[in-house]
Design a protein around this ligand. Structure first.
Ligand code: ATP
Length: 263
């Protein structure tokens, strides 16, 4: 009994939080993902770099179950998600339940313009988890405090800077207490002077133990915060390594060429 429990516990610890195997996706005849193998473990931060159009966003969207893969598996804590055990795509209602464990932040914040920051965050709790208005608002305020926006909770998106709006979007994802957070170029739509405040929030989350995958062009952030950096090119992973290795001693010519353009 004890042995069985220990074994199960050890297995759970070793399992990636989120994992994709042999992931394929094509749009029309355009093969965008060509058998990607990728995983993130509990508390790990993975940065994903790569040229435009290499398939980074597509991988995140598939991982977040926002669209189906053509082939391959996506697993959360070792359990396949997005498909039935027989391999059929799950219906929307079942997908919605599985999506709750995976938070996603996009380049565009997509806040509701007619709702205050607090209500934007509370709406997620209310709509997705059915939590009552009062409690949802209380938790929204606590989450806005965590991203440094307690003073802005009553403001509408139009009254907030882009950086502040993105922090609201981060709070909206966090309030659902996801097991893993996916960031898809969260600072690309921001004026340069607003990038830092969003990266600071993300760094705080990373230091606090959040499991994160970050698609980004912010090389310095990747070097400073990530446990591992991945280079995507043309739908495949070219190189994955710890930041010092990746940036100072890349093994692949493609990585060297990529870094020569971004450094
Ligand atoms: N819904 C879609 N329909 C058709 N083609 C798509 C769709 N989504 C992505 N693509 C194509 O797939 C390829 C990969 O796109 P993706 O957005 O995943 O790349 P990316 O590496 O994230 O690029 P970027 O850094 O520019 O965001 C591109 O050629 C893109 O045009």
């Amino acid at each position: 009994m004890t042995d069985a429990r220990t074994t199960a516990g050890t297995t759970a610890l070793q399992q990636p939080t989120l994992q994709v195997t042999d992931l394929h996706k094509a749009y029309g005849g355009n093969e965008v993902l060509k058998g990607v193998e990728f995983e993130v473990r509990k508390g790990q931060v993975k940065a994903v770099l790569g040229p435009s159009g290499s398939g980074k966003s597509t991988m995140l969207r598939l991982m977040a179950l926002l669209e189906p893969a053509d082939r391959g598996d996506i697993s959360l804590h070792g359990t396949r998600i997005g498909r039935t055990p027989e391999g059929r795509h799950l219906p929307e209602r079942a997908l919605a339940v599985q999506r709750r464990d995976i938070g996603m932040v996009f380049q565009k914040f997509n806040l509701f313009p007619h709702l205050t920051a607090a209500r934007n965050v509370a709406l997620a709790l209310h709509a997705v988890q059915g939590i009552g208005r009062h409690e949802a608002l209380e938790r929204a305020h606590a989450m806005l405090d965590r991203v440094g926006l307690s003073q802005r909770a009553g403001h509408f998106p139009s009254e907030l800077s882009g950086g502040q709006q993105q922090r609201v979007a981060i709070a909206r994802a966090l309030v659902l207490e996801p097991d893993v957070m996916l960031f898809d170029e969260p600072t690309s739509a921001l004026d340069p002077e607003l990038v830092g405040e969003v990266l600071d929030v993300m760094e705080g989350l990373a230091r606090g133990g959040m499991t994160m995958i970050v698609v980004t062009h912010e090389v310095r952030f990747a070097r400073r915060v990530a446990d591992e950096v991945t280079l995507f090119d043309s739908g495949v992973i070219v190189e994955q390594a710890a930041p010092d290795e990746f940036f100072d001693n890349p093994q692949h010519e493609r990585t060297r060429r990529f870094l020569s353009h971004v450094h």
